[in-house]
Design a protein around this ligand. Structure first.
Ligand code: FES
Length: 90
């Protein structure tokens, strides 16, 4: 069991097992602007990792292709988590 926290709302959810950041956001009631339904084509679901980057998978090929993301930004639908993380959702 681990925790995913979304800032600036401060909403936190407990997760049991591996999941995507997008799914964790849905369970917490946080909108990550996932306009394409999570298939990696809209690139709107960007979140910024504030803490816990080692608890997230390596960047996917889809994420590496999005040139405007900063190094701490991730596409929430593309990355899987397995430990505590704190994220900023703008
Ligand atoms: S939901 Fe569209 S790229 Fe993530």
């Amino acid at each position: 069991m681990y925790q995913v926290t979304f800032q600036p709302s401060g909403k936190t959810i407990d997760i049991d097992g591996e999941t995507t950041l997008r799914e964790a956001a849905h369970r917490a009631g946080v909108d990550v602007h996932d306009r394409c339904g999570g298939n990696g084509s809209c690139c709107n679901c960007v979140v910024t990792v504030l803490e816990g980057a080692p608890n997230i998978c390596e960047k996917t090929i889809v994420e590496e292709a999005v040139f405007y993301m900063d190094k701490d930004d991730r596409l929430s639908c593309q990355c899987r988590i397995h430990g505590d993380v704190v994220l900023r959702v703008d």
